[in-house]
Design a protein around this ligand. Structure first.
Ligand code: NDP
Length: 347
C-alpha cells in the first residue's frame, strides 16, 4: 500500500531583489500512505502551472494579503490538474478530472475534497492543460480584465496595446481585444519569433520586440491614432512609453508588472512623475485589477472562452516542459521569457 512519490520543496529564497534560479527548488522522494480519512481524495497529478505571482510567494513576506509565502523545505503548491485515484469525498469518484488553485507540487497526493473542483474535459476540447490557462484563471484574467477595466466598444475604432503580449495572459488578451471590437491590436514582447507568432498566428496588427527595437518609435508607427486601451502585464519603462502615447480618456488594464517582480518594491510599483502627470492630465483610468475579485463571473467567462477556443476564434499557445523535476527550471524560464503562451509542466 505504501507508495514512493516525488515532490518539489522550496530549497532557498532568491531574496526580494534576486532573480530566481532552479536551485531555489529541490526534488524529494517521500512515502505516501494512501489511507484516506473522510473528505479526502487521492489524486494523481497530470499538469502543474507556473505563474509570475509565485515570485512573491518565494519571499519571506509575499507582500499581498491574498498570497501566503512558501515555507522553506515544504512542498510547494499552485494551479494544478489531475485525476482521482480513490475518493472518500462524496463529490468525487475514481477517474474524475479535478483541478485546484493549491495543488501540491507532488506526483501523487492526498488532498481535501473541498479544495478541488471537477472539470468537464469537453470544455477544453479534450486539452486538459487548458484548464490551467486559457479555460482557467489565465483566460479569465484576460477576458475579465478587458471587460471590467478596458472599456472596449465595438465600432469605436479603438487601438489596444498589450505588453507581455506573447505570454499566457497577453496572447489571449490581444485576441479578445480584437474579438470585442478593437480596430487595431499591437503587441509588445521579447523576441522576433514571438513577434512573428503574434502577427501570423494570432491576428495582431503589429508587434514590437522591446529587446531590439525602440518601443516609442515603433509604437508611433504602428498606432498612428494613439492608444485607447493598454493591457499592461509588465510595467516599468515599456509601460511609460505606451502611456505617453495614450489618448484622452484612455484605459489601462493594470493586469501585472512583471518587470518589477524581482525588485523590493510594493505592488503596484510607484510610477514616474511624468507618467502620473500623463494619466492625470489626459483622464486615463488605471485601476488595480485582481481576477480573484470577479469569481462570480467565472462560470460564464469560462463558457465564453471555451466556445471561442472550440470554434477556432481564439488560438491557444503553450510551452510544455515534462517532468516534475523540471518545474523549478520551468518557472525560472517563464520569468525570463522562455515561454510562448502558457508555461505548463506535464507530470
Ligand atoms: P506570461 O506567460 O506572460 O510569462 C511572463 C512573461 O513576462 C515572459 O514570457 C516574458 O516575456 C515577460 N517578461 C519577463 N520579464 C520581463 C521584463 N522585465 N519586461 C518585460 N517583459 C518581461 O505570464 P502570465 O500570462 O501568467 O502573467 C502575465 C502577467 O499577468 C503577470 O504580470 C502576472 O502577474 C499577471 N497576472 C495578473 C492577474 C490578475 O489577477 N491581475 C492574474 C494572472 C496573472 P518576454 O519574452 O516578452 O519578455
Amino acid at each position: 500500500m505504501l507508495m514512493q512519490v516525488q515532490r518539489v520543496v522550496l530549497n532557498s529564497r532568491p531574496g526580494t531583489n534576486g532573480v530566481p534560479v532552479p536551485e531555489n527548488f529541490r526534488l524529494e522522494e517521500i512515502t505516501l500512505v494512501p489511507d484516506l480519512k473522510d473528505g479526502e481524495v487521492h489524486v494523481r497529478t497530470l499538469y502543474l502551472s507556473v505563474d509570475p505571482y509565485m515570485r512573491c510567494r518565494m519571499n519571506e513576506d509575499s507582500g499581498a494579503e491574498y498570497l501566503t509565502s512558501w515555507q522553506l523545505s515544504e512542498c510547494l503548491d499552485g494551479g494544478g490538474l489531475g485525476v482521482v485515484q480513490t475518493s472518500r469525498c462524496r463529490s468525487f469518484t475514481e477517474g474524475d478530472v479535478v483541478t485546484s488553485f493549491n495543488w501540491p507540487w507532488q506526483t501523487q497526493a492526498i488532498v481535501k475534497g473541498n479544495a478541488l473542483q471537477k472539470v468537464d474535459p469537453q470544455l477544453a476540447d479534450g486539452h486538459l492543460s487548458y484548464f490551467l490557462g486559457a479555460v482557467g484563471l489565465t483566460g479569465l484574467t484576460a477576458l475579465l480584465g478587458i471587460r471590467e477595466k478596458g472599456n472596449v466598444t465595438k465600432g469605436a475604432d479603438q487601438t489596444m496595446v498589450v505588453s507581455g503580449a506573447a505570454g499566457a495572459c497577453g496572447s489571449l488578451a490581444g485576441q479578445i481585444g480584437r474579438l470585442d471590437g478593437c480596430a487595431r491590436v499591437v503587441g509588445i514582447c521579447g523576441s522576433d519569433e514571438k513577434c512573428k507568432t503574434l502577427k501570423e498566428d494570432l491576428g495582431f496588427s503589429a508587434a514590437v520586440n522591446y529587446r531590439r527595437e525602440d518601443v516609442a518609435v515603433r509604437l508611433k508607427e504602428s498606432c498612428p491614432d494613439g492608444v485607447d486601451v493598454y493591457f499592461d502585464n509588465v510595467g516599468g519603462p515599456i509601460s511609460d512609453a505606451v502611456i505617453s502615447q495614450m489618448n484622452h480618456c484612455g484605459h489601462v488594464v493594470l493586469c501585472g508588472q512583471i518587470s518589477q517582480y524581482n525588485k523590493d518594491v510594493p505592488y503596484p510599483p510607484p510610477l514616474s512623475e511624468q507618467t502620473e502627470e500623463t494619466l492625470q492630465s489626459r483622464s486615463i483610468t488605471r485601476e488595480r485589477f485582481v481576477v480573484l475579485s470577479y469569481m462570480s463571473k467565472a462560470e460564464a467567462g469560462l463558457c465564453e472562452l471555451s466556445q471561442w477556443i472550440k470554434s477556432g476564434q481564439i488560438k491557444v499557445l503553450e510551452t510544455v516542459v515534462s517532468g516534475i523535476e523540471n518545474i523549478g527550471g520551468a518557472f525560472c524560464s517563464m520569468m525570463a521569457g522562455g515561454n510562448i503562451g502558457k508555461q505548463i509542466v506535464k507530470i
